[in-house]
Design a protein around this ligand. Structure first.
Ligand code: NAD
Length: 468
């Protein structure tokens, strides 16, 4: 049983009460986490505020060296953290599961450590000198979701620390354990107070809301659903916090008539079902040209039948259960509605506990709930189209704009169509392939601001011009 505590000012800290954490594969309690109150949050914010005074004054080389040490610590504890992650999140150890997530976390940490934002001299002449600097913001509040708890935490923490900010992170109540342990481990190489963690069950006290309102937090970096992102904006308005909001997606993939169904089936499957569909930038609507619609459906179903669903701790599982009851119920309701409107090609019937088999439903259209809403689970609606203009218009007919993809034998044609998609990332013949050197973020109601690369790093700083 994991009885993890919070790390505040470099020390382990409990709360007056605790809440249970369950393994979604079998419903068993695997441990508990502190149910923090405003008191513990204030302590964490005060510790981060105090640590900021010296951390923000460190040289660029010093900050970089500590971030390199953070990446090394992650590598040292990767297997331990992967096991906690699988037990609390449900994703398999293998495939695109916990070990893959730990690999991503290390890659992002190492890449972010190596980035820098040098000052610039805008003018240096007889009239004077003007330097442009990037200054850290102060205490950054990080709020993370349950789908990639460790990797998303690293996406928030590393650029914040690298640019001289200090951090208070709050994981999702569904997956607090890996984050608690990771922050404890990373504190081995960080000065006290630079990285703190608080956890809560989102019951009578909502720590995320308190963080968004907190007068001593300068920025919130939030990854989660669009409705909660709106609440973060509302709560943070009074203090005019800087915000990065990575929100929900309802990504469309468009298969052109020249694509080879057998060649693209595997990529389409993992583009949609990676992490059991619980991925922000996953294919959540598949538009297929009528000429190859049936062949794509057949190839996709044939590939899906080769994928093993099971307990994530079983080394042979490629997909695990849905992470939590609320998400399972939402997914089930969307599938039930879609069953009445379309044709179930695979799955469609819930399994034991929180298991839901990969479900593929054809014959749907824009306006159907499974097409319009983010299912965030293992269900893929397929929509047949007649011409590409119609497909592009249907893909853009969404308040979300995170990612999109074009599947075609003609890459140039794919690149041209990319310009017509209203979203932050467009992939050709793949979907969801993100990189630590490429800015990632949403258009429209999928959020604002970007993560990754120099552009992502800059979001943790404010510009300051110095005239002399
Ligand atoms: P969620 O919005 O329910 O919760 C996210 C976090 O917000 C949790 O830590 C939660 O405790 C906290 N929270 C709850 N109420 C809050 C409030 N009033 N103020 C501040 N914080 C509050 O999201 P989830 O269900 O954990 O994650 C799934 C969603 O996240 C999906 O919509 C998915 O698309 C999105 N997501 C987006 C990205 C991206 O990069 N765009 C990445 C991963 C997940």
């Amino acid at each position: 049983m994991f009885q993890s505590e919070m790390t505040i000012n470099g020390a382990q800290h409990d709360a007056p009460a605790r809440f249970d954490v369950r393994n979604p594969a079998n419903g068993k309690v695997i441990g508990s986490a502190p149910n923090a109150t405003r008191t513990e949050l204030d302590l964490a914010v005060a510790a981060a505020g105090a640590a900021f005074a010296s951390w923000s004054q460190k040289s660029d080389d010093e900050l970089q060296a500590v971030c390199v040490a953070v990446a090394a610590k992650l590598a040292e504890h990767a297997e331990e953290l992967a096991h906690i992650l699988t037990l609390e999140q449900g994703k398999p150890l293998n495939g695109f599961g916990s070990r893959w997530e730990m690999g991503g976390a290390q890659a992002w940490a190492a890449h972010t450590a190596a980035l820098s934002l040098p000052s610039r001299i805008l003018q240096d002449d007889s009239a004077g000198r003007v330097e442009l600097h990037r200054r850290p913001l102060g205490v950054v509040g990080s709020i993370t979701p349950w789908n990639f708890p460790v990797m998303i935490a690293i996406w928030h923490i590393l650029p914040a620390l690298r640019t001289g900010n200090t951090v208070v992170i709050k994981p999702s109540p569904s997956t607090p354990l890996a984050t608690l342990r990771m922050v404890q481990i990373l504190n081995d190489v960080l000065p006290p107070g630079v990285l703190n963690v608080v956890t809560g069950d989102d019951g009578t006290i909502n720590l995320g809301k308190l963080m968004s309102e907190h007068p001593k937090i300068s920025k919130i970096v939030f990854t989660g659903s669009t409705p909660t992102g709106r609440r973060v904006m509302q709560s943070s308005a009074e203090t005019m916090k800087r915000l990065t909001l990575e929100l929900g997606g309802n990504d469309a993939a468009i298969v052109l008539p020249d694509a080879d169904p057998r060649l693209i089936a595997e990529g389409l499957f993992w583009g949609a079902f990676m992490n059991n569909g619980q991925t922000c930038a996953a294919i959540k609507r598949l538009y297929v040209h009528e000429a190859i619609h049936d062949a794509v459906c057949d190839a996709l179903v044939a590939y899906a039948k080769t994928v093993t669903v099971g307990d994530g701790m079983d080394e042979g599982s490629a997909l695990g259960p849905v992470q939590n009851r609320m998400q399972f119920d939402k997914l089930s309701a969307l599938i039930e509605d879609a069953k009445d409107r379309g044709c179930v090609l695979l799955g469609g019937v819930p399994g034991e506990g929180l298991f839901y088999p990969p479900t593929i439903i054809a014959g749907l259209k824009n306006g159907d709930a499974l097409v319009n809403e983010e299912q965030f689970g293992p269900a893929l609606p397929i929509i047949s189209y007649k011409n590409v203009d119609e497909a592009i218009a249907a893909a853009n007919d969404s308040p979300n704009g995170l990612g999109g993809s074009i599947w075609t034998a003609n890459i140039e044609q794919g690149r041209k169509l990319a310009a017509r998609l209203e979203c932050g990332s467009v992939w050709i013949n793949k979907h969801g392939a993100i990189q630590p050197n490429v800015p990632f973020g949403g258009h429209k109601q999928s959020g604002f601001g970007v993560e990754f690369g120099e552009e992502g790093l800059a979001e943790y700083t404010e510009l300051q011009a110095v005239f002399s």
